[in-house]
Design a protein. Sequence first.
Length: 153
Amino acid sequence: MNSKGLGSREIMKLLPHRYPFLMVDRVEEIDPKREYIRAIKNVSHNEPYFQGHFPENPIMPGVLIIETMAQVGGIYIKTVFPEAQDKLFVFAAIDKARFRRPVFPGDTLTIEAQGFKRKGHIIKTTAKALVQGRLVAEAEITAAIIEPGELHA
């Protein structure tokens, strides 16, 4: 399967997140053979976090860039691994996170993730975020696959 992309409706079928926490606007490419996905987040002036981060010099919080990377990884997993369709993903680790440049309102954030390695209920990937082809952030993200009911234990 080499998908040309997914729109917002398809993304909302795959992810449990909703506004204001759904961070992926469009998937441009999914390639299971290369273990690769590329997706877009349009960073709008209307994002609620810009009211406080920082009103006079708004920049996207780094933690939300990492969250965007994780959501892109979740889309890949739910698309490529059918047995994960009804599961949830939670952070297990964030390693080697680096922030290279700020992300501003009006930017288009491109997220690329690749090298999805699965061992049992743990999946690890390497992700990077770019604006106009320039690296703004990167990280290794590890997620745990859980049953939805496990959150209420």
